[in-house]
Design a protein around this ligand. Sequence first.
Ligand SMILES: [Mn+2]
Length: 362
Amino acid sequence: MKCEEGLRGTMTIESRLRRSKAQSDEMLEWLRGTGKTIIIIHDNPDPDCLASAMALRHLLAMKLSRNATIAFSGMIARSENLAMAKELEITLTPLETVDLDDFSAVCMLDTQPGTGNNSLPPERRVDVVIDHHPLREETQKCRRVDVRADYGVTATILYEYLLAQNITIGTKLATALFYAIKSETQDLGREANEPDRDAYLRLFPVANKRLLYEITYPKLPVEHFRTLHNGVENATIYGKLLVVNLQAIRFPEVVAEMADYLIRLAGIETVLSMGLYNDGVILSIRTTSTLLNAGEIIKRLVAGRGTGGGHGMMAGAKMDIAPGDLAALKEVEELLTRGLFLELSIGDVTPARLIERNVTGT
Ligand SMILES: [Mn+2]
């Protein structure tokens, strides 16, 4: 019995690697006939897109002797992600400073054309898409598409490419890929599947533990604690739902960070987090309920007003409003809260502020 399971496991890895070999062969074959290559990742990069870009850049350097440019928009503010970019020496270029006409090949990682979370102008052609979010219709027009919605992390797909192509993975790249899987799946507890578990376990021995520590536990600026304070103070509980309005925010990533933090509150199943950043409302949903699909819910909530998407347990979106309009943000909060009442079948509940909730959690 044990032996059979072992065998089946091995075959699964083998068939996955065969698929990754075929996909990466085709991608490399097409890219070989092109010139300068740009790798575009999503706005406000997270560890998954950073590690994926690092891996693809390495693959192109080894197989095609090509130095690809990694371009992003927005900012990296989260201390862990800044530490990752610094410690692992990931070279990044602001998308706004590059002339896209200089590149004959455009690759997109951990995002897809038209999702709203990358800043490539919509009229621009995308050649290669590698992602783990649900496949979008627009993406199917791209030349080489490898979208695996059953993978928890894009970095796992890139890890398989490197493995399938027999490319040596150095310590820093292994650390990046490992940290991407670790952080995005919360150590395989969230949205992780067998390919992610496999990659995580194989990368762990190779990852540099001192660098991993520097990335996981960086010193945090005072701003971080002010944001936590602000989030806790502005959180409202409606039964199993918690809604947090962070008001005007300095860094877009804090919206997801607060959602991850507050979903841990006892008795809470779903968190909606939001903040006003420049002229947009940044939204994040987290849920621990297996009956819900956060990605589908957020798409319905912002339909006609913005763009969004995600997975079963985590999702993000953006809605445009007038810059600095906190009254409009309040309206958005009320509108989306009402929408979530319907989605989650929440009837009449008395709202309670988190800081006023009594210690028994009732
Ligand atoms: Mn990702």
